[in-house]
Each structure stands twice: as C-alpha cells, then as structure tokens.
Design a protein around this ligand. Structure first.
Ligand SMILES: Nc1ncnc2c1ncn2[C@@H]1O[C@H](COP(=O)(O)OP(=O)(O)O)[C@@H](O)[C@H]1O
Ligand SMILES: [Mg+2]
Length: 404
C-alpha cells in the first residue's frame, strides 16, 4: 500500500503585486511520478521553490508535510538533507569546471581539509554510470551538450541521496532522443523507489510516464488526475479553463505578394574557417505567411536565421536579401532592424534579454528613438509603450519594473 510522502497544504505565496499561489494543494505518494502541469506563469516553479526552501519558511503561508513531519525549510540545504532535490528550469552548472567538480561543488570529499580528487572522480564515474552518461569525469561542462548537462544535474541529485526528485521542465531544451532517454531514466528511478515530481508542458511525455497529474491554473490547484483519467484533452481543458473542441482551429490566412527574398545565402563557421554552414539557400516569403524552417539539430536553422539578422552569426557571408524586390543591406543588426526585421532567439537568457534590467527597458531597448524626443528618452512615453506591450503579449508580472 503506497503511503503519502508529501503533502503541501494551502500554500499561498505573494510577490509584490502578484499572488503567485493561492491555497495550492499537492499530495504525492511514495514511489510515483507525479506530473505538475499548467500554462506559463501558472505558478509551477514557484510551488517547487517553496517546497525546496528556495523561498524559506515564513515567506509563504501553508504547510509542508514530508514523511509525516511538518517542515520549515530555511534554505535548500535543509530540504536536501531530507532527500528532496530540485533541478531548476535553468540549469545551474559551472561551465568551466569539470563534471566531477560540478557534481561535488560545495560537497567535496576531503581528508584533513584537502580535497580528495581521486575519491571525487571515482564516485563521479559510478554516478555517471547510473544515469547512463559515457563521459570522463574530468570533461568540462562547456564541452558537453544540454542533454548531457541535464544528466550531470541528475547525477548530482543522486549524489545527494535523493528520495524526492523535482524536475522543472527538464526536457524543454532537449532533443527528442535526449528527452526519451531522460524519461526512461525517471522510470528506472521509479523502480528503485525514488519519487519524482515532473513539471512539463509536453503532454505526450506526461501521458507516457506520469502516475498522476496535478493541474495548476492562475496559482490554484484545479484537479489531480489518476493514471486512468489522464488524457490530453482533459488536461488541456483544465489548464486553460474551457474545453477546446478544436485545438487547431483552421485559419484563413491572407497571403499577399512576395516580401522577402533571400538568394544564394552562404555562411562559414565563425571559428572553423573552412566549414561552410549554410550552402546557398534560396527562400521566398510572402506577406502574411508563416514559413517554417525544419531540420535536425545542427542542420543550420538557427545559423541561417542569425546570419540574416545583421550577421549575428558566422563569417564570409555572401548572398542577397531583397525586400519587396529591392536589395537591402542587412550587414549589421541595426540595419536589419531599420528594415523591419526582428529576431526572437531560442536562447532568451543569453541572447534575448538583459537579465539585470527590468521589463520596461527590455521592451523598448530595440527602438529607443521610438520613445525619445530630441534624442532624449521620454520616460512617460517609454512607460506607456512598455505597458501597452505588456498587456498585448500578456506578460505576467507585478509591473514593468520587475526584473527580467
Ligand atoms: N521572483 C518573482 N518576483 C515577482 N513575481 C514572480 C517571481 N517569480 C515568479 N513570479 C510571478 O509568479 C507567477 C508564477 O510564476 P512561475 O511560478 O514562474 O510560473 P510557471 O513556472 O508555472 O511558469 C507569475 O505571475 C510570475 O510573474
Ligand atoms: Mg516555470
């Protein structure tokens, strides 16, 4: 008979101006894989940060009962001591340190105050084997892909004798193959008695591995479904709050004349000078069209887009770009922007946003003249524009002064 390992009761968490969680309940049985799903901004990450002590006891209301004890975690060390380990949405490994150094960072095996590297590496090898990662413990994090980095995070969790593993959107940036491998690993852990909480947007994954699903919407628990009741339609209905009879409604696009033409576009690798990454691509885009660029990882999709956008990627770029039939100069980002071209990157944290500035500045940064008068920024105008876009794109934040 399974017993309850975790009860979160009536959890309420407020940030200035935003009630991120209102009386949320979550009950997890020992040994299960419990999925937590909900739209962006629903409160999933916040709930897990409450659980793991990132938001310490006292900064939220409600109770956390773990293995029968009411817990008041003051920080992440307290939860880890009880075997609760969280792997955050944004991976937190140090790129220039090795796998072994990352796994035992702050937790090194030492004798008489001296780190025992051999012991760390031997233990790392054993952990890597458990997660199925064939890499040398001395390999630097920067030299392995995100899929493998995710496995290092999991190996790190195992090193802390994890009993309740929390994964916050672990497959968001993984390829299909890496995602499958990760889910298989979760199932394997389950056979060894480890309980997992899996936050995911990908309903096919949830369907595949979850024993139960809790749906959160606007900071509230909507329902918890048992395995037999899990279906994508049911989950979507609960997530968005209305039934979606037609998930992909047909559209009548108005396709106009050709707007953008790219001719014989060719790009070489920025470091390996002899490697041609893009080999003479031609593409036509009509007004009102959404054009998909498909291809495997490494096929050059991002490189093509970035090189078009002001040569943000690559060297020895040749070819022609025409806007409404006229050749245009897109040799710098500002020129591309002047021609009305915008680029939304897959890596928002590194290339897309200035994370040490607030939402208002991030919104207006690409077009400061648009909010200036006589070359001086008009604060009121900037605020109005930022607020308008916040509303239009439904950005959930207390105000545009929240840090990104
Ligand atoms: N540090 C923070 N300060 C202010 N508001 C926050 C903070 N973190 C999250 N929020 C807000 O709390 C809500 C829930 O966010 P989050 O838990 O990240 O959602 P999810 O993980 O489901 O996408 C959002 O409205 C978000 O803007
Ligand atoms: Mg989140």
């Amino acid at each position: 008979m399974a017993s309850t390992i975790l009860e979160m009761r009536d959890i309420t968490k407020t940030f200035p101006g935003v009630k991120a969680l209102s009386n949320v309940n979550l009950s997890v049985e020992e040994g299960e894989i419990h999925a937590v799903v909900g739209e962006n901004g629903a409160g999933k990450s916040t709930l897990m940060k409450v659980l793991s002590g990132v938001y310490p006891s006292g900064t939220y209301d409600g109770e956390i009962i773990y293995r029968g004890d009411e817990c008041h975690f003051k920080g992440i060390h307290d939860s880890e001591r009880r075997g609760i380990v969280i792997i955050h949405q944004e991976l937190a490994l140090v790129p220039m340190l090795s796998i072994a150094e990352n796994i035992f960072l702050g937790n090194e095996h030492a004798r008489y105050g001296v780190i025992d590297w051999n012991a760390n590496e031997t233990r790392t090898s054993a952990l890597l084997k458990k997660v199925g990662l064939k890499e040398d413990p001395k390999t630097l994090i920067t030299n392995i892909g995100v899929g493998k980095q995710q496995l290092v995070e999991i190996a790190k969790a195992l090193s802390k004798e994890v009993q309740l593993l929390i994964l916050d959107e672990p497959t968001a940036s993984l390829s299909e193959k890496d995602s499958q491998a990760l889910l298989d690993l979760l199932l394997e852990f389950k056979r060894h008695g480890i309980t997992s909480i899996l936050i995911s947007h990908k309903l096919n994954e949830v369907n595949r591995v979850a024993d139960k699903v809790t749906i959160i919407r606007d900071g509230r628990t909507i329902e918890t479904l048992a395995k037999k009741d899990i279906s994508e339609d049911r989950i979507i209905t609960s997530m968005v709050g209305r039934s979606l009879d037609d998930r992909y409604p047909s559209r009548e696009p108005e396709i106009g004349e050709i707007v953008l033409q790219v001719r014989n576009w060719s790009v070489y690798h920025p470091i390996h000078a002899e490697r041609q990454v893009i080999k003479g691509i031609d593409i036509d885009v009509r007004k009102g069209e959404v054009v998909g660029i498909a291809g495997l990882m490494g096929a050059g999709r991002t490189e093509f887009a970035m090189s078009l956008f002001g040569r943000s990627y690559g060297r020895r770029i040749t070819g022609e770009v025409l806007l409404k039939g006229k050749p245009i100069d897109v040799s710098s980002v500002s020129k591309a922007v002047e021609h009305g071209i915008a680029y939304v990157t897959e890596d928002r944290k590194t290339y897309g946003l200035n994370l040490i500035d607030h939402i208002k500045h991030n919104i207006t940064l690409a077009n400061l003249p648009g909010v200036s008068r006589h070359s001086v920024i008009d604060d009121m105008r900037e605020l109005a524009v930022a607020n308008a876009y916040k509303a239009k794109t439904n950005i959930r934040s207390s105000s545009v002064y929240q840090m990104t």
